[in-house]
Design a protein around this ligand. Structure first.
Ligand SMILES: CC(C)(COP(=O)(O)OP(=O)(O)OC[C@H]1O[C@@H](n2cnc3c(N)ncnc32)[C@H](O)[C@@H]1OP(=O)(O)O)[C@@H](O)C(=O)NCCC(=O)NCCS
Length: 175
């Protein structure tokens, strides 16, 4: 278990399936995610969760975000982990909309990044965020992420072609 100031991160369990199904087909949540283009069945999500719980893919690691009382909030992960270059992509979702904008996402990400930089000795993390996702960009900027580039009208989202922004953060830049 990794502890932050407002959140803690723990390994996923199959019992998280109901919590995930509560938001996985909510467009308001998923429109900001790469997965958000097609509704997902419980069976499909169960298969994804089973693989994630097994944790056999060393390049992709996912943890569940809880508040300090143990309430499920969402998930966070490192993807395409490249231990040779010391670089990974980071992704986060707070599925509980009533917890948005209250500092939980920033705290969870800081907690994962501290671990990734100190324990995994990653050198840099990066992420992709939609141009319209101001809340996420603000959270990332607070942690020290800088814009690395912007791909204009890059991805189809809700019928519109959206900009995709790449942001990156080196180990000694984390705030
Ligand atoms: C993105 C996400 C992880 C951020 O976590 P969070 O707990 O909501 O964010 P935080 O409260 O830590 O930080 C957000 C900041 O943006 C501000 N903010 C909130 N709503 C905003 C909005 N609509 N526009 C701009 N800023 C906004 C908050 O006030 C806060 O800044 P502050 O601490 O200076 O007040 C979370 O909102 C989420 O999971 N959203 C849905 C999925 C998603 O977008 N995932 C990221 C994909 S790249």
């Amino acid at each position: 278990m990794l502890y932050g100031e407002k959140t803690r991160l723990r390994p996923p369990e199959m019992t998280d399936l109901d919590n995930i199904m509560a938001w996985i087909n909510d467009r308001e949540v998923t429109r900001n995610l790469a997965i958000g283009f097609w509704p997902l069945s419980r069976k499909a999500e169960e298969a994804w969760l089973a693989k994630t719980v097994e944790g056999s893919d060393p390049r992709n690691r996912v943890l569940v975000i809880e508040d300090l009382q143990g309430t499920y909030l969402g998930s966070i992960g490192l993807h395409d982990i490249d231990m040779r270059s010391g670089v990974a992509e980071v992704g986060i979702v707070i599925g509980r909309k009533d917890y948005w904008g209250k500092g939980y996402g920033t705290d969870a990400l800081r907690t994962l990044l501290r671990f990734a930089f100190a324990n995994l000795r990653l050198r840099k993390v990066y992420l992709k965020v939609f141009g319209s996702n101001a809340r996420a960009q603000k959270s990332y900027a607070k942690l020290g992420f800088k814009v690395a580039g912007r791909l204009k009208e890059h991805e189809l989202k809700e019928g519109e072609y959206e900009d995709v922004i790449y942001m990156e953060l080196f180990r000694d830049e984390l705030k």
